[in-house]
Every structure is written in C-alpha cells, then in structure tokens.
Write a protein that binds this ligand. Structure first.
Ligand SMILES: *[C@@H]1O[C@H](CO)[C@@H](O)[C@H](O)[C@H]1NC(C)=O
Ligand SMILES: *[C@@H]1O[C@H](CO)[C@@H](O)[C@H](O)[C@H]1NC(C)=O
Ligand SMILES: *[C@@H]1O[C@H](CO)[C@@H](O)[C@H](O)[C@H]1NC(C)=O
Ligand SMILES: *[C@@H]1O[C@H](CO)[C@@H](O)[C@H](O)[C@H]1NC(C)=O
Length: 498
C-alpha cells in the first residue's frame, strides 16, 4: 500500500491519456440527411387559413396567450408571427394543431424566423446566442412529412417546446422528426448548436423513422419528452458533448408491460455515439435495445428499462465500447432485461435493482476486463439458477483480467457471483478443501487467500499450510489430525506481487 510501482505510474499516465482523448474530436461515419434549406413559404396563405381557423375554433384570449404582452407591435407582413417576446407560435405560421393537414412548412418557417434573429454575442466561438427564442407548439398535434431541422448551423440558446409532432404516412423513413444536425458545419466551430432545449414534446414517429437526432451539438437538453413508434432510434446522439436526456419516456409500442407482441419489439430507444452525456430519470418501455452506448464518460441514473425481456432477445443497456468503457450506471431498474458490456474497462454498476432473473453479461471481444465495480445492487429471480453476473467467452476467453470487484450484492432466487468470497467448513482430519467455483466469477483464478483454523481441542497448536489454490479450490493441510472449523477468504482481484 502507498508504494507507487513503475507499473502503477504507467497505469496512471495511461489513464490520463485516455481521459484526454475524451474531449478530442472523434469522427464517425454518419448518415447525411439533406438539409432542408429555407424553403419558400406562403405565409400569407397560412395566415389567412389560420385566421379562418382561429375564428372557427378558438376564443381570442386562447390564441393570443403567447403574445399577450399588450405592447407587442403588430407583426410585419414578411414575418407574420414575429413578436417582440421572442416566442414563435407555429399556429400563426399556419401550422394545423389538429394534425389533419401537413404542418411541415409552417413549423419550418417559424423555426427559420426564430433562428434568424440577430442574437447577442457568442456562446462557443462561432455560435450566436439567440437569447432563448422559443418555438411554441402551443399544445397542438402537428403532422410532419419531413424532418424539422434548423436551416443554419452556429446558433444557440433556443427552446422548442409544448406539443405533439406526428410523422405522416409519407414521412421520409430513416430520418428523424427533430433533427439537430447540419450538413454545413458552422464557421470557426467544431459544434453546430449549443444550448438547445427540446422540452414537453410528444413525438409519434408513426413507424416511419426516428424521434430526435443530435449531431455535433453542445449542451443540449431533452426534457420531459414522450417518444413512441420509432422504427430505428428514439434519440440518436452523435459526437458533440453533454446531451442531457431527462424525465422522459420512450417506447416503440405503447404498452404497460406484459405485451403479447413483446417478442417483436425492435429498434433502439436511445443511442449515444458520443461522450459526456447523461440520461437521468428515463423510462424505456418498448425497444429491442433500451440504451446503446458507444462513447465514453456517459452517466446513466434513474433509468427503468422494461423494453424487451432478455428471454426474447432484448437488452436494457448495451455497452459497445470495448477497451475504454468509462461508464457509470447507478440507481437504475432493470426489469426482465439486463446489461451487456463488451470488453469493459472502467464500468461502475451500483445501487441498481435487477428483477426477473435480469443479469449483467461481460462479453469478451479481445479478452480484456478491467476496472469493474458491480457492487451494492439487488437481484431478484425465480429460482431458475441464473447467475447475477455472467461471462460470454464464445469469441475469446478473458485473459487480461485486471481490477474487477463484484461483491456486496443482495441476491434472491438467483446465483450469487462475486470476485471475493468467504467460506467456512467443518474439519476432521489432516487436510481439507473448500471449493469456491460456485460463487467465483472467473474460473481458475484465486489471487489471494486468508485462512484460519479453530479447533475443538483446547490444548493443541496444529500447524497448517496452504497447499493448492488452483481450479478455485483451496486445499489446506495440517501436521496433525484436527477437529474444528476452517474459515477461508479468497479474492480474484488485483494483488501486489513482488
Ligand atoms: C405528404 O403528405 C401530405 C398530405 O398528407 C402532403 O401535404 C405533403 O406534401 C406530402 N409530403 C411529401 C414529401 O410527399
Ligand atoms: C411477430 O413476429 C413473428 C415472427 O417473426 C410473426 O410470425 C408474428 O406475426 C409477429 N407478430 C406481430 C403482431 O407482428
Ligand atoms: C472424526 O473422524 C474420526 C475418525 O474418522 C471419527 O471417529 C470421529 O467420530 C469424527 N468426529 C466427528 C465429530 O465427526
Ligand atoms: C493442485 O491441484 C490440482 C488439482 O486440483 C493438481 O492438478 C495440481 O497438480 C496441484 N498443484 C500442486 C502444486 O500441488
């Protein structure tokens, strides 16, 4: 303890380099959607339509809520809904809040005007601060036939909120209802958008594509959203930093569990292909994979996955970051579906509840597992003999095993697996064996042993020796016949050896 060996120093330096890499720009191949430019919109037509609509359905007070400030100047003809309040109400641009007619052009026009305001100074260099302009969906349901994209990159401090977007039957498949991406990168910036908030939205993908895509954006909030009927992905995050997904509900099919078609659930609810994101207090109620992670330093907390049972081929959280995982999963609820981690290096799973024989699977790709804490979780199963933590070594055996701690989990109706274990056995003779195979996670691997002997006889002082620890069995011999009990503690973790 306390002595830094050369190995340790190298390890610390290595770790430092890995952390540095986190903030570097990583390139992925991404599907390039076409940027819907600032199309020609017939605002006047939409305004006329809207006025008819308003007078038919809404009392005056209701429609003018968002621009109720009496000092608002009347909107200019070129921007029918531009208001001094910074709130852009899509109905004023001709969007149909009943969802009967297509509102794509109207909402795109509102977005286009909102992001064209002058702004004030800069967020990150190259990103204009729009001051918190709001695109209000005014509690309507809007039919959309193309992705809603911002027409320009390099904008920040924008809120889109308060309504339902529904993909129409001719919605372009393989794209996303709300698409925060840009084919033209913003000048002087690695990032396209900063501090965009998508809040209080229901997205019905109508089995045509995905919900939200966020590419190269910085500090994005997705808050209180309900995303359903996606075929591909509910929320896709590519590169960028700090997309925070909070208080949201995602499911391919709208169900409350025990769905007769659960076997057919497909798609991925959240796909994080970037670093430093957080998913907090999110329920995933239907999808093949709840959360797919292929970036580092992501934080998952308060997530409830009942997307598709493991028995039907579902996965709650899939960590596809072999060799450099750096993921924390805490305080979450795995409901008949578990966690899969490929070659995990630095993975922390704690304070989670695994129900219905759900378990953690460590899958070997190149045989590396290191820096793992799976501690202080609750597991509950149905006495079918399912191990709480399992190894998939079909492709390769784990042969680079570092610091792995699986311990202090409470287990009911499943098999406990751990990397440290204690055993006590009655002794009567000159040798005895305690077999730890049932509990130890890794086969043929005991790194350290402590043992002690208590004899029934009051005046003997037997000498004992640890003879053999191969094959996860501890074999102890004594120099005389003893009657008593032997207690043994074993550990599969890292030890200092010199
Ligand atoms: C999709 O259908 C709507 C009518 O339902 C129509 O207004 C819109 O132009 C169509 N869009 C495309 C891209 O075909
Ligand atoms: C589910 O999938 C199976 C086989 O893939 C198919 O036979 C069945 O019709 C599907 N059920 C539904 C409701 O789509
Ligand atoms: C211990 O072993 C001896 C000889 O095998 C036997 O006579 C004795 O009863 C055993 N003691 C206990 C407590 O089982
Ligand atoms: C340890 O026990 C195993 C069988 O469990 C045996 O094959 C091996 O030779 C033993 N090693 C020593 C050093 O006694």
């Amino acid at each position: 303890m306390g002595v830094l060996t050369c190995d340790k120093i190298m390890f610390v330096l290595g770790l430092f380099c890995l952390i540095m890499i986190n903030h570097a720009f990583v390139t992925y191949s991404s599907p390039t959607g076409s940027l819907s430019g600032r199309a020609a919109h017939d605002h006047h037509f939409h305004v006329r339509k809207l006025q008819e609509f308003k007078s038919n359905f809404f009392p005056r007070e209701l429609v003018s809520l968002s621009s109720s400030s009496s000092s608002s100047p009347s909107p200019s003809p070129s921007s029918p809904a531009r208001s001094s309040t910074g709130v852009y109400s899509v109905i004023k641009y001709g969007a149909d809040p009943t969802g009967k007619t297509d509102s794509t052009d109207a909402i795109l026009a509102a977005i286009s005007d909102a992001v064209s305001v002058d702004g004030d100074g800069f967020l990150m260099q190259g990103i204009t601060n729009l001051g918190g302009v709001r695109i209000s969906l005014e509690g309507g349901i809007y039919s959309i036939s193309r992705p809603l994209k911002l027409p320009v990159a390099g904008r920040g401090n924008i809120v889109i909120f308060g309504g339902t977007l529904k993909a129409s039957d001719n919605f372009t498949t393989d794209s996303y209802l709300l698409d925060l991406s840009s084919s033209s990168s913003s000048p002087n910036s690695d990032y396209t958008y900063e501090f965009v908030t998508l809040r209080d939205l229901m997205l019905d993908c109508n089995f045509m594509g995905g919900g939200i895509r966020v590419v190269d954006a910085l500090r994005t909030s997705i808050d209180n959203c309900y995303i359903a009927h996606f075929t591909t992905t509910g929320i896709l995050v590519q590169r960028g930093h700090e997309t925070y997904i909070r208080n949201s509900f995602l499911g391919q099919h709208i169900t409350a569990g025990g769905d007769p078609n659960e076997r057919n659930f497909s798609g991925t609810a959240i796909d994080l292909q970037g670093n430093d994101n957080a998913i907090t207090d999110v329920v995933i109620f239907s999808a093949q994979v709840g959360i797919m992670i292929s970036g580092q330093a992501n934080m998952i907390t308060g997530v409830h996955c009942y997307n598709k049972a493991y028995g039907f081929g579902g996965t709650g959280i899939y960590l596809k970051v072999p060799g450099i995982t750096q993921t924390r999963i805490v305080n979450s609820y795995f409901d008949y579906t578990g966690i899969v981690a490929e070659d995990p290096v630095q993975l922390h799973v704690s304070d989670c509840f695994f129900l219905g024989d759900a378990f953690v699977l460590l899958k070997s790709v190149r045989g590396v597992v290191d820096g793992i804490n799976i501690v202080n979780n609750m597991f509950s199963g149905s006495n079918k003999g399912v191990d709480i933590v399992q190894l998939d070594q079909t492709d390769k055996e784990f042969d680079e095993i570092g610091q792995v701690v699986v311990d202090d989990n409470t287990v009911n109706g499943m098999n406990t697996k751990a990397t440290a274990a204690r055993g006590v056995t009655r002794v009567n003779g000159t040798s005895w064996t305690i077999d730890f195979n049932e509990i130890l996670l890794f086969p043929r691997r005991i790194k350290s042993v402590q043992h002690s002997l208590m004899t029934d006889a009051s005046n003997t002082f037997p000498r004992t020796i640890l003879r053999n620890i191969s094959n996860n069995q501890v074999f102890i011999e004594s120099d005389m016949t003893v009657e008593g009990s032997s207690s043994v503690t074993v550990d599969q973790g890292l030890t200092i050896s010199s």
